[in-house]
Write a new protein. Structure first.
Length: 155
């Protein structure tokens, strides 16, 4: 099966029922997407599929044909970070860091759809779980990134 991941065509021989998460991590070595719960509750495995945030731990790879998949590896680079990544550091969001790739992907989808989100918009969109409880910092970082992107700092 052919997959379009981060703008590149990838081939997988995985069983069609294999969750996308395991193809990304185990077969394609894209380990930025994390396994958290395996039941789509925590969001550590969030990726974008055709621009929408999706929990990859429960998404069968067979459903991904002809779709554009973006992982955390596509968000920014060390040399050119996405405004969310810069804001995450400025607001000291990560503590343990495990949930951060999923949080960042959910936040990126939010800002794409709502460039100036309210607190209520953020609370509604950010359903990812953080065991460290940095939700207030997440909200502040999203607002910071939105302001930066509005000024023209969009990645």
């Amino acid at each position: 099966m052919q997959l379009n991941i981060n703008g590149q065509s990838q081939t997988t021989q995985a069983d069609p029922n294999t969750p996308l998460l395991w193809v990304l991590r185990d077969e394609l070595n894209l380990t930025g997407t994390k396994f958290g719960c395996g039941i789509a509750a925590c969001g550590a495995c969030t990726v974008h599929v055709d621009g929408q945030p999706v929990r990859s731990c429960v998404m069968p790879v067979s459903a991904m044909a002809n779709q554009n998949i973006l992982t955390i590896e596509s968000l920014g680079t060390a040399e050119n970070p996405h405004p969310l990544q810069t804001a995450w550091i400025a607001e000291q969001v990560p503590q343990c860091g495990y949930c951060q790739s999923g949080m960042l992907m959910a936040a990126a989808a939010l800002l794409k759809n709502k460039p100036e989100p309210s607190d209520a918009d953020i609370d509604e969109a950010m359903t990812n779980l953080c065991r460290c409880g940095t939700y207030q910092r997440v909200r502040a970082a999203i607002h910071r990134a939105a302001a930066e992107m509005k000024k023209g700092g969009a990645a």
